[in-house]
Design a protein around this ligand. Structure first.
Ligand code: ASP
Length: 386
């Protein structure tokens, strides 16, 4: 690993590329920061001038509803300028390479690029090319770090914390970037995770994962405090992995009958989009114990915290809010043994010289590594904005 790659993937908090780059204290600090943005979101005028003068742009090469809107709402509530980029109507369709597209966007004075791509590793690659910040909004099967943060926040909100909580993640684990980020985030915060799926939907080798494995949802449900359902990601399946969706629902769907096996306080989660009637029954999705809408709502505040942390003086605010427990600037280097389990099972992006949307340009010279942490007024409790 080159020094530049190491900086972009591990020790450099200019970016949010992987949940494994965050320690438990980092996650805790971001969740505390999120509390203040939840408060902002409840105001009559839910806006603060924290990122005035900063520009955030989206680069979404894959479909998205909630993640994209959520980042957009977060940036706007922080008073950042936003530059929207639609792949389907851009020069990507004329064969422009990813690198040229990224450099074009950055040349327009963008401070942060939020990127989603069908290939794992693309946000890491972009982080090598730009001097501003990069946030991974989902890369292939690999990771979705802000989803993991909003899931942690929602669990903390409903169950009082993650430490010692038992969480079942159910369904198409193998194709799920959400599962990979959540496993890491939940277990880092002290939760016990059980993956429940048919063998064909589990990664081929889960030996290094800090989880229990089960193929029996009925047996697991009474033991857990949260059940997290995943969508069948058919767009990522190259072969038939199930006899039929009907059989999947019969064995692994959270039906009305099955939900009764949960204890009274247990919650039901889903990252969306839900396939009602497949992994979750339509009426179960609307039960009071289903916190799917809270996940979406919390997503905005979590993403405000992430953007503010990267682009504003988040360390100062975080320190002020938590009495100095987690001073961002005082963080030591991230341990180098932190990595997502089973990386081999995750298809990585292939780097090549040709242009075009399928292939990304060759790796270029990294930036100078100077943390992009401008001093801007960032008082989120500004009275004048009420
Ligand atoms: N919205 C999540 C993602 O982008 C989950 C899903 O698509 O099923 O990965």
């Amino acid at each position: 690993m080159t020094e530049a790659t190491d900086r972009a993937t591990n020790g450099d908090h200019r970016h949010l590329l992987s949940i494994t780059d965050l320690t438990g204290d980092d996650i805790d600090r971001l969740l505390t920061l999120t509390d203040s943005f939840v408060e902002v979101s409840r105001r009559r005028m839910p806006k603060v001038p924290a990122l005035q003068g900063r520009t955030v742009s989206w680069l979404f090469y894959e479909d998205s509803t909630r993640t994209r809107l959520s980042f957009e709402q977060a940036a706007k509530r922080l008073s950042a300028d936003t530059l929207s980029f639609s792949v389907s109507t851009s020069s990507v369709n004329k064969g422009e390479s990813l690198r040229d597209t990224v450099e074009t966007i950055e040349a327009m004075g963008v401070d942060c690029i939020v990127v989603r791509h069908r290939s794992s590793g693309v946000p890491h690659q972009i982080a090598q090319w730009v001097s501003g910040s990069v946030v991974n909004a989902g890369d292939g099967w690999h990771e979705h770090p802000t989803q993991a943060l909003l899931d942690c926040y929602t669990i903390r909100e409903h169950l009082g914390g993650l430490d010692g909580r038992r969480i079942a993640i159910v369904g198409d684990i193998n194709h799920s970037r959400v599962a990979r980020s959540d496993v890491w985030a939940f277990t880092t915060m002290g939760a016990e995770v059980t993956l429940v799926a048919p063998p064909t939907l589990l990664p081929p080798d889960t030996a290094g994962w800090p989880v229990r494995i089960s193929h029996d949802l009925d047996a697991v449900l009474p033991e857990v405090d949260a059940v997290y359902l995943l969508r069948m990601q058919r767009e990522r399946m190259a072969e038939a992995l199930l006899p039929s969706l009907r059989e999947y629902t019969a064995l692994f769907g959270l039906t009305r009958r099955r939900v009764e096996r949960l204890h009274d306080k247990a919650i039901v989660m889903h990252p969306g989009p839900m396939n009602r009637g497949v992994e979750i029954a339509a009426d179960v999705a609307d039960l009071p114990r289903s916190v799917v809408v809270d996940q979406v709502r919390n997503g905005v505040a979590v993403r405000m915290a992430v953007l503010f942390d990267l682009l504003g003086s988040g360390g100062d605010l975080g320190r002020d809010l938590d009495g100095g427990r987690a001073d961002r600037r005082g963080r030591g280097p991230i341990p180098t043994d932190r990595h997502l389990p089973n990386p081999v099972a995750v298809p990585q992006v292939s780097i090549c010289r040709e242009s075009g949307p399928e292939r990304i340009a060759e790796s270029g010279e990294p930036g100078d590594g100077t943390p992009h942490r401008p001093d801007v007024p960032t008082d989120v409790s500004t009275e004048g904005t009420r």
